[in-house]
Design a protein around this ligand. Structure first.
Ligand code: ATP
Ligand code: MG
Length: 489
């Protein structure tokens, strides 16, 4: 038996106006449009904006484009079902982004596309919708299309799409100097895109490198892991879920004194460095959420150098809670459990870099000047290694001052200004003790140690020892060079 039904579509003017308030920021809205370009396999994307007169923001890509029917479908709210299986590289999910992201910022959205030798265009104009009270999509003919801004950039392309936002009411609310404020907002957009799409901007195996420009100026990738300088403390961990893989790769950033001003800026500034610790979750290589531990642990000063790359494929979309703007995502229980275990290992590593500068001091195959002794009941003790070659040399050469020297070492160990050090480190103060030792000083010290030994055999043995001893092990190149030149033996 069939029930009686009433077909009740939403009233267009109200629904379109209210979905404008989903809460997109301008940077998230533009990123959503770029998602579409990347899904369409674009390799060149231009964002052009103009704040004066008939102001606009335009996004032009050289992706595969759309036929006129395809643009019509694309303009429909809910053009694809979120439960439909998507291509592996599809960055979309809800069938809404093009409309909701655009109309959250402007009142007039035009989409023009070149495909199969045809150019076609459609337009949503909220003022027109108000007037007619219906879902009336405007069909642009060639005369309308050629009058649009940036059309000159699309026309020469064999295929591609131009998205134009006009009548930027949301961006101009409360602004006295619209041109200046739009310029500032576009700076934020630039920073956002350089981070969110950094892997596309750099290119990596399986991912074509993409050129992105804002008003002709390239957007440069901001790698939140400083991959070339960071320590990857453990191998990538793979979490298997329903036959798909979530890949987790933890990084520990170098200590702040080892990174340049420009790199600090790219990492979010000194404040950002702390706030942006945590997971960096990528969906199809596009950064979705970052700087959170998903409440699996507290953000703290000592874990501030830890950043964990988490890669999820779009086939697991239904397990993650993903919002329409794609700006929040919460991992499923099963993944969270695995992440907790990983966190433990990571924070131990991050604390180590933070309190103990680098892994070298901790690497047990080497001899250090400072030893970190962990006693079972009485905590941690930092002691100067009495067996270190340089200490040992003085003991041997000057037995008459041995006891004074021992006293001095005890004094030094007992008076390390620990509290002040802690404050300086957590304040990101540059600490100049961590200087690079002059190479001539290293060579002089080595020669002086070797001088005490007669035979080539003992000298050679001593040299082998030196090579695994701090700080000499940092200068293997020049030591080997000196050996080759016959300067040492
Ligand atoms: N630049 C583009 N090039 C080619 N096709 C596009 C482009 N932009 C949008 N489309 C088409 O329009 C459709 C609708 O886009 P829209 O952003 O509204 O939804 P979606 O990307 O499918 O999902 P989401 O709401 O998660 O973004 C896309 O699925 C795609 O087929
Ligand atoms: Mg989309």
């Amino acid at each position: 038996m069939f029930m009686k039904t009433i077909n009740l579509p939403p009233y267009a003017p109200t629904l379109m106006e209210s979905t404008r308030a989903i809460g997109y920021s301008v940077e998230a809205a533009i990123a959503d449009i770029i998602d579409n370009s990347l899904t369409a396999q674009a390799t060149k994307i231009d964002i052009d904006f103009f704040p004066i007169g008939d102001e606009y923001i335009a996004i032009i890509d050289n992706g595969y484009g759309m036929t006129s029917d395809q643009i019509t479908t694309a303009m429909q709210y809910g053009s694809k079902n979120p439960n439909e299986v998507r291509d592996l590289n599809d960055l979309g999910r809800y069938g809404l982004g093009l409309k909701t992201a655009s109309l959250s910022q402007c009142r007039k959205l035009s989409v023009i596309s070149v495909c199969q030798g045809q150019i076609s265009g459609r337009q949503w104009d909220l003022d027109f919708i108000q007037e007619v009270g219906e879902w009336s999509l405007l069909v642009l003919d060639y005369e309308d299309i050629v009058k649009l801004p940036c059309i000159e950039k699309l026309k020469p392309l064999e295929k591609g799409t131009l998205v134009i936002w006009q009548n930027l009411d949301k961006l101009s609310i409360g602004e006295i100097d619209f041109a200046a404020s739009l310029g500032k907002k576009m700076d934020i957009v630039r920073d956002h895109l350089s981070l969110v799409f950094h892997r596309y901007l750099t290119g990596e195996p399986g991912l074509k490198k993409v050129e992105l420009r804002i008003n002709e100026r390239p957007v440069i990738a901001a790698d939140p892991f400083l991959t070339n300088k960071s320590t990857q403390i453990m191998d990538a961990e793979i979490i298997n879920l329903r036959g798909d893989q979530v890949i987790v790769k933890p990084y520990i950033l170098p200590h702040i004194s080892k990174i340049s001003e420009a790199e600090i800026k790219a990492l979010g500034g000194k404040e950002g460095l702390r706030r942006q610790q945590g997971f960096y979750v990528y969906r199809n290589k596009r950064l979705l959420v970052w700087g959170t531990w998903f409440r699996l642990m507290r953000q703290g000063d000592l874990s501030k150098l830890a950043r964990v790359q988490v890669d999820i494929p779009n086939s697991l979309d239904d397990l993650w809670t993903l919002d329409i703007k794609k700006s929040t995502a919460i991992p499923p229980e099963e993944v969270r459990r695995n992440l907790s275990n990983i966190i433990k290992k990571i924070t131990d590593g991050s604390k180590r870099t933070w309190t103990f500068r680098g892994k070298k001091e901790m690497d047990d195959s080497r001899t250090h000047l400072w030893n970190r002794i962990k006693a079972r009941d009485c905590g941690i003790f930092y002691e100067i290694n009495r067996d270190h070659l340089m200490v040992d040399e003085i003991f041997r050469k000057y037995p008459e001052i041995k006891s004074q020297l021992k006293n001095l070492l005890c004094q030094i160990e007992g008076t390390i200004p620990l509290n002040q050090l802690y404050i300086d480190l957590t304040n990101d103060e540059k600490i100049n003790n961590d200087i690079h030792i002059d190479e001539t000083m290293i060579m002089e010290t080595i020669k002086s140690i070797l001088d005490d030994f007669e035979s080539t055999d003992t000298k050679t043995a001593m040299l082998d020892n030196l090579k695994i001893t701090d700080p000499f092990c940092e200068y293997l190149d020049i030591i080997d060079q000196a050996i080759e030149n016959g300067e040492l033996i």
